[in-house]
Design a protein around this ligand. Structure first.
Ligand code: 13P
Length: 287
């Protein structure tokens, strides 16, 4: 059964570790993440972006697939199904579809509008038992080849959003989606500290988990980060393993053209990446 992410992140905060959000793209991705979580007795959050939701055939399809796997694969660790960077409209769509957690990303609105919309979503989502993540300070990243640097959130604005009854908060602290550029300045721990001081027990979320060095990850956890999002890194390892399969002409050998064989190395690569992150975040045996 899917659970909201509120309880698992509260526990993570108390236990000084972080739960990974791994974004899913298809059936293999979902199965790889769920099986790795179960094998390592770790709680896990499956992230679904609006684009990935559409790609997989819509939110109801995703809910059906994830619930089916939890049942058929005997997944007993806590699993949350979470909308990643949701718009106002899509937040309501996933609440209807049966997700157990939702992120409303109102960071591109002015703070007053972000507050109004977040408030509405908290009310409806909580009535239905979903956890809510909100965002202050947009997280940059690569778009059409241009790498935008991440914004640094205003701690006072973070406090105003945190006070709306959300369950966890994403705040920009110089983190970005995708690969980090050579000249990246690193995370602003100073900002993180200020935000956590003002927001008290609120679990904080670190987006852009791909490529952040382990020391910075662990420092972020010490400063109050309880959820870390990873997407690009699984894509990179999946694709590298798949590329190797073709480079070695494995598709031309025997029944190597069978899609289940073609996707097997990529599937294993996702499992290895997820396990490595779970070790780094400290969530193993915390289910
Ligand atoms: P990366 O793709 O950089 O790992 O970021 C993932 C993320 O933050 C999803 O919201």
């Amino acid at each position: 059964m899917l659970v909201s992410a509120a309880e698992m992140l509260k526990k993570a905060k108390e236990g000084k570790y972080a739960v990974g959000q791994f974004n899913i793209n298809n059936l293999e991705w979902t199965k790889a993440v769920l099986e790795t979580a179960q094998e390592n007795n770790s709680p896990v959050i499956l992230g679904v972006s609006e684009g990935a939701g559409k790609y997989m055939g819509g939110y109801a399809t995703v809910v059906g697939m994830v619930n089916g796997m939890i049942k058929e694969l005997n997944i007993t660790v806590p699993v949350a199904l979470h909308l990643d960077h949701g718009s106002y409209e899509h937040a309501f769509k996933v609440i209807e579809a049966g997700f157990s957690s939702v992120m409303f990303d109102g960071s591109h609105y002015g703070i007053e509008e972000n507050i109004e919309k977040t408030k509405e979503i908290v009310k409806i989502a909580h009535e239905k038992g979903l956890s809510v993540e909100a965002e202050v300070g947009s997280i940059g990243g690569e778009e059409d080849g241009v790498i935008g640097s991440g914004e640094i959130a205003d701690p006072d604005e973070c406090k105003r959003i945190a006070d709306l009854g959300i369950d966890f908060l994403a705040a920009g602290i110089g983190n970005i989606h995708g690969k980090y550029p050579e000249n990246w300045k690193g995370l602003s721990f100073d900002t993180l500290e200020k935000i956590q001081k003002l927001t008290g027990e609120m679990p904080l979320v670190l987006h852009g988990g791909t490529g952040i060095p382990i020391e910075m990850i662990q420092e972020a956890i010490r400063f109050g980060v309880s959820k870390i999002n990873v997407n690009t890194e699984c894509q990179l390892t999946f694709t590298a393993a798949t590329r190797k399969y073709f480079e070695e002409d494995k598709d031309l050998t025997g029944k190597g053209f069978d899609p289940r064989k073609v996707l097997a190395p990529g599937y294993q690569a996702i499992k290895d990446t997820v396990k490595e992150k779970m070790e780094m975040f400290g969530s193993i045996n915390k289910a």
